[in-house]
Design a protein around this ligand. Structure first.
Ligand code: G4P
Length: 533
């Protein structure tokens, strides 16, 4: 049986933003449109509050909640929308990077007051590595923000992508009147006191329609006409292929908290966003339409209950049909497994599924067999590519506080790093364990979990590194020379790959210049990357 219909009607994506730009609010409103939640506030709990840095119970609670909201699916206009949730807290950015390997497109939320922020830039770099198509939602138009043209310039400049507004705001802040849909020629009026799912939309004959003046006043109508004329003159028309190839990002304006401008974006999203596409593996390209099942694990979630060490592995389906109780091949372990209780997620409920299709994500109970990036197939031996580890930014040495519990600590840190909580590097002599993370909060999570789940006590000692680079060369002697010269900064990842630990960007640049035969990679997947230091 062919899956083509099921594949074509799936849209699997993530919403990304700098914290506080409105990702959670937007997610919630999309779920309202999908009829998955009835009340606002339902998704809110998924956020680790910024103040919670040392509140372990809070972290635990949040981890539990985020299992339920890891994938949120709903039907809209005949399309099955799968939103893959990403943590709101920047210290969990690595989790977000990995989730981005499992989506087919993203919606980027930008705060109109703050513009492009640091985390936005980093997330877009990850999208660019995989040529992920992006739709941009400029949020909080009910506030006095930056000039929309300046925002577009900033997006193009800082995110290195061409943009094309599909809607345009009429004023902003206290005088925000609404948005004009340039392509559909529709006027969507903003009424801050009337928040509802259906929007007040008037279809115009064209931009010179006098009804615009009646609705928003002559001054704003004139401004809108001038702006749209400028847009048509400056920006290329929207082009589906350029969007799909990730060269062009359509831009929408709105206010998530007021549920404004979202329906327009969602309606466009389901039309233009890509359905599951082919993916590269170590041996060949795999197409979603293939009859045989394949998929990969992009996220692993530990059980909240310390008495049960089982975990949930999130599997993104890439081809064929996933069936409950069927044996599948775990390529790395060269072993077959079957899953009697695979989960699918509907907003905040999960239920056992019998079948799932490319683009879907299923949760598999795991007793420690999975690592991030593991591939399941119907027997063929290949691994999906493009699920790398990214360089951590903070490094600390793991210190064992209780020599009687060395084994537990070893096991614990191995399992936690398999889950992707942090990365582990080993330095010789002495098997020194260096833990690398993207955010400080991760150390607290690790310490807490090692204590509670493995009864192992540890401390962390700060190390002055800022980046881990995987290094390769085709000249064996040059590698030897490099390692002996820089032995204090050399470590090995869990797979035994050689890693150089840099202590500053400046130093790294100098080292790269001094050793031109050594290639420095910023992800564990050694393909051609732009080396931005
Ligand atoms: P995040 O997930 O990206 O971190 O952001 P989140 O949705 O939590 O939004 C951050 C804050 O911005 C929230 O306020 C939210 O209500 C507000 N917000 C979201 N969209 C809009 C918008 O269109 N206009 C305005 N003015 N504010 C918006 P908060 O005070 O942090 O939380 P809450 O107490 O309002 O829930």
């Amino acid at each position: 049986m062919s899956n083509i219909k099921e594949i074509q009607r799936r849209r699997t994506f993530a919403i990304i933003s700098h914290p506080d730009a409105g990702k959670t609010t937007l997610t919630e409103k999309l779920l309202l449109f999908g009829g998955q939640i009835q009340t606002a506030g339902a998704v809110k709990n998924n956020k680790i509050k910024k103040t919670a840095a040392s509140d372990f119970m809070e972290i635990e609670k949040q981890r539990g909640i985020s299992v339920a909201t890891s994938v949120m699916s709903f039907e809209y206009g005949g399309v099955k929308v799968n939103i893959l949730d990403t943590p709101g807290h920047k210290d969990f950015a690595e989790d977000t990077y990995r989730t981005l390997t499992a989506v087919d497109s993203v919606i980027l939320v930008v705060d109109c007051v703050k513009g492009v922020e640091s985390q936005t830039e980093k997330l877009m770099e990850v999208c660019r590595m995989r040529n992920t198509p992006v739709i941009i939602f400029i949020n909080k138009m009910d506030r006095d923000g930056k000039n929309p043209f300046d925002l577009l310039d900033e997006l193009e400049e800082k995110l290195n992508i061409n943009v094309r507004p599909l809607t345009w705001p009429i004023s902003m802040g206290s005088t925000f009147k609404g948005v004009y849909n340039i392509y559909k020629k529709e006027l969507n009026l903003f009424n801050p006191n009337k928040v509802k799912v259906e929007e007040d939309v008037l279809t115009m004959n064209d931009i010179n329609d006098k009804r615009i003046d009646e609705q928003v006043g002559e001054k704003f109508a004139t401004q809108l006409r001038d702006d749209v004329e400028l847009i048509e003159g400056v920006y290329e028309p929207f082009n589906q292929d350029l969007y799909t190839e990730a060269h062009l990002a359509p831009v929408f304006f709105g206010s998530a908290v007021n549920n404004f401008g979202i329906k327009e974006m969602l309606d466009t999203f389901i039309k233009i966003a890509p359905s599951p596409r082919k993916r590269e593996t170590t041996t060949r390209e795999v197409f979603p339409e293939e009859s045989k099942f394949s998929g990969f694990v992009f996220k692993i979630h530990a059980n909240l209950d310390p008495k049960h060490r089982d975990r949930i592995a999130f599997l993104r389906i890439c081809s064929g049909t996933f069936e409950r109780n069927k044996f599948y091949h775990h390529v790395r372990l060269n072993k077959d497994f079957r899953f009697s209780n695979p989960y699918m997620f509907l907003a905040q409920d999960k239920s056992v599924v019998d079948e799932a299709y490319p683009g879907d994500v299923v949760g598999l109970y795991d007793t420690g067999n999975f690592k991030i990036g593991d591939t399941l197939t119907e027997g063929e031996n290949f691994m999906f590519k493009g699920i790398p580890s990214f360089s951590p930014e903070i490094f600390k040495e793991l210190i064992n506080k209780d020599p009687m519990k060395t084994k537990q600590l070893e096991k614990g840190i191995m399992q936690l790093t398999d889950e992707g909580v942090a990365q582990l590097f080993i330095q010789q002599p002495g098997n020194r364990k260096i833990v690398g993370v993207v955010g400080e909060l991760q150390f607290e999570v690790i310490q807490h979990r090692l204590q509670h789940e493995y009864s192992a006590a540890c401390d962390f000692q700060y190390l002055p590194y800022t980046k881990a680079c995987w290094i390769t060369t085709d000249k064996e002697d040059k590698m030897k020379e490099f390692i002996s010269y820089k032995y204090q900064q050399i470590a090995y990842d869990k797979e035994g790959n050689t890693v150089f630990l840099a202590d500053s960007d400046w130093n790294l640049r100098m080292t790269m210049e001094k050793f031109p035969d050594i290639k420095f990679h910023f992800t564990s997947e050694f393909k051609a990357e732009t080396l931005v230091v």
